[in-house]
Write a protein that binds this ligand. Structure first.
Ligand code: ZN
Length: 482
């Protein structure tokens, strides 16, 4: 009798249309032929992350690794740290207008950097190493200061009447926050913030500070005033900007609860005549649900305190810094988890209760923690067997960005379906192309069973000319006994 499967998921409309989750990207990849794919994930940096946040981020790195092999193009991850999240909200004692200070305005750049270092830097570095994927990090404050973002924002202002009901369906008032230049506080709901002038050079807003009275803010592409956009508006501007890329395909990674809100962003994109080829590609990741079926949220902790959490919720799920072991151990467990979800679109495009995720995590392979960190490569069975028997001592790959990380002495794990073999890198040699490579590398060390001509033909069936043009890396390997 075979063991019962780890995961059981019903079919869904989306899962039924896909063989693999990564196929979500295929229509756009075919239409656009991008040179690279960037996976974009934004996170509010308000304190310690919970499991749902880390799940989105882990998925970004893992999909980057899968897409690099699948399409094949260079891939990376871009992390947006939303330092415009509200740090503090107060009410004007007389008018009762709400005012807020963002994390950036309350803590400054140094304080925000410290938050990122505390909660995310080691986590991302570990994910980056484990998936051989580079990442870049920018804050919302960086983003809004870039001339391209500001110009894109100003273009949307010209057509505010066409998008305002999409961005604010209940009242049609779009929240653009322009903090007071003296104290940094801004009207939360922009009640008294008005667009008073707009021309091709820029915009002027008038607003009222609770301490400093009326003020005006000029926004143009080059100046340094701060523009804080409400969530939907920020996404509209960001996605319009990213979709202008011709060489790079940007894929937005978002928690599943975003699927509902994106209808409104799409309405606004449509109102601005975004062509179909410029509509954003988004992947919604599994939602992590509290026992009530609501999204897991740190408000659980705030409302009930650490000792009163529902028994299903393990402490690390709500504050991932509580994970009992080190960062690599946590990341390896998360990568295994997301890898399992990605084995079938039915498992990936759905939600999970904390109890069910806890059950799955408990069932992770016992040797996961003992497995040394290693580079990983998938390989065909006939070559896998030659490596496992020790006959093949040189592995050949095109020299894409993930290979640049390989170093003499590193561990390299080859995987073929359910089998794997661990090796150590004994040397690295780089060549312009496969012909030059075979002038230096012994043919029999690459494959003892085939001639040089046969091997060249086989390799070039795997790697088309544009991949070979990246250069070739020969990796000397020896088996590692465990
Ligand atoms: Zn002020």
């Amino acid at each position: 009798m075979s063991a019962s499967p780890l995961l059981i998921s019903p079919n869904s409309v989306l899962a039924n249309a896909l063989l693999r989750s990564i196929d979500m990207l295929r229509p756009r990849v075919h239409a656009m032929r991008p040179r690279r794919i960037e996976f974009v994930v934004g996170t509010q940096i308000n304190g310690a992350p919970h499991l749902g946040t880390n799940l989105v981020q882990t998925t970004a790195f893992l999909l980057a690794k899968i897409a690099r092999r699948e399409f094949p193009v260079e891939t990376s991850v871009r992390f947006g740290a939303l330092d415009n999240a509200p740090y503090e909200v107060i009410l004007d004692p007389e008018t009762h207008h709400a005012y807020q200070a963002t994390y950036f305005h309350a803590l400054g750049k140094a304080g925000v950097d410290e938050l990122i270092d505390t909660y995310y830097r080691a986590f991302f570095d570990s994910l980056s190493e484990a998936t051989a994927t580079d990442y870049a990090l920018e804050t919302y404050t960086d983003q809004q200061s870039s001339p391209a973002f500001r110009a894109e924002f100003l273009r949307t202002l010209e057509r505010l009447d066409e998008i305002r009901w999409w961005l604010a369906p209940s009242h049609g008032v779009v929240h653009v926050r322009v903090p007071c230049p003296q104290c940094g506080w801004a009207e939360k709901r922009a009640d008294r913030t008005k667009l008073v002038h707009l021309d091709e050079d820029g915009a002027r807003f008038a607003a009222v500070c609770l301490d400093h009275g009326p003020y005006e803010i000029d926004v143009d592409p080059e100046n340094r005033t701060y523009v804080d956009l409400a969530t939907l508006y920020r996404n509209l501007v960001k996605e319009r900007l990213l979709m202008r890329g011709n060489d790079t395909l940007y894929v937005m990674l978002k928690g599943g609860d975003w699927a509902f809100g994106c209808q409104l962003v799409d309405g606004a994109l449509g109102a601005l005549d975004a062509p179909g080829t410029r509509m954003p590609i988004r992947i919604f990741t599994p939602q992590v649900l509290a026992p009530t079926g609501a999204k897991l949220s740190k408000s659980l902790l705030r409302d009930r305190g650490k000792d009163a959490l529902p028994t299903d919720v393990e402490p690390w799920m709500i504050d991932t810094t509580q994970w009992p072991r080190d960062t690599d151990h946590y990341v390896d467990a998360l990568l295994w988890l997301v890898g399992e979800l990605l084995t079938d679109p039915k498992h990936f495009f759905r939600s999970f209760t904390v109890k069910e995720l806890g059950r799955i995590m408990t069932n992770r392979p016992a040797d996961l923690a003992q497995r040394p960190r290693a580079h990983e490569m998938g390989i065909y069975k006939r070559y896998f067997d030659l490596i496992a028997s020790g006959e093949k001592t040189t592995e050949i790959r095109v020299d894409d960005s993930s290979r640049k990380r390989l170093k003499e002495g590193d561990l390299l794990r080859f995987k073929c379906r359910d089998e794997e073999v661990l090796t150590r890198i004994t040397r690295i040699a780089r060549y312009a192309d496969f012909d030059e490579m075979f002038e230096h590398e012994p043919v029999s060390s690459v494959n003892p069973t085939a001639s040089r001509e046969d091997q060249l033909r086989n390799i070039r069936e795997i790697y088309p000319p544009e991949r070979e043009a990246l250069g070739v890396v020969a990796i000397g390997i020896e088996l590692v006994g465990l």
